[in-house]
Write a protein that binds this ligand. Sequence first.
Ligand code: NAP
Length: 322
Amino acid sequence: MRAVRVLQFGGPEVLTLQRGVAVPEPRDNQVLIKVRACGVNPVETYIRSGSYARKPALPYTPGTDVAGVVEGVGEQVTAFKKGDRVFTTGTISGGYADYAVAAADRVFPLSDKLDFKQGAAIGIPYFTAYRALFQKGRAKAGERVLVHGASGGVGIATCQIARACGLKVLGTAGTEEGMSMVLRSGAHQVFNHREANYLDKIKEHTGMEGVDIIVEMLSNINLAADLQLLSCGGRVMVVGCRGPVEINPRDTMSKESSIIGVSLFLATEEERRECASALLDGIEAGWLKPMVGSEYPLEKAAQAHEDIIHSAGARGKMVLVP
Ligand code: NAP
């Protein structure tokens, strides 16, 4: 089979497509999946560069969020059989490949309502969005949420979940196309974060009340401004951050605001099961509909890594299609 391998940490060019790689064998509680699509997540670029706190042993194949068809199962697996459509929230062998093995508890049935590319958009984005809103942000119906960076994988997911759960949803994007996707994902109002005065427009829209929760995709740029947009008792959920930022802690005192870090990696098994229940239900109910943007073949994995960081404008979820 073909698999994208990282032999050493470095720039996107270290992603090397190898042919003739042995198809992994599913053991015990493992599921072998023929990959039809794999989500590309920003964290995979940080890990590949070697700058991330968690480093896999080299060489490795990136990719946690695959969707595809079960090819075989280990002896202890009863929940899946050959031919089942599935998606994953983690793999053992890596998803940027023709086949991947995953632990059965990271594999979920993929409803006929979604295609494989949409299935590959669920894992990290939707689980993170649910965790940010509810497990860490304690969001409640009727509250106002600002999804600061709503046009990418996590942002679209956050808009859809928040809208389905009765929140008032504001989102931002950097292009007309992104803004339109944000509105189609359930946002009541959208703003362009590349416009000089967009923060004033948000303030104008929310009036004295402010926003109760901000799900923040670029904290190193926005955190100080976010504190000005919050309501009394409001909280900023730090989901994305690419560097340091200066804030005035005094800005948290006047409204007893909270700044809360979110890490999907730290979710317990119980919390993951809670996310999965809510999201599988959302697929059945029809409100969970991932929007897929750029698609790349496996040969272009390096280009995908370049583009997801230096994006001219997100248009939903980026996927690799073997
Ligand atoms: P993505 O698909 O690449 O989307 C990036 C988003 O950031 C787009 O909506 C983009 O909007 C927006 N953005 C660009 N400039 C911005 C600005 N000045 N202010 C606000 N937003 C801006 O990435 P993703 O998968 O959604 O992930 C988003 C971030 O969350 C990444 O940093 C990722 O590493 C992080 N993340 C963290 C966790 C966790 O557990 N903490 C989990 C998943 C992801 P335009 O392109 O339209 O300008």
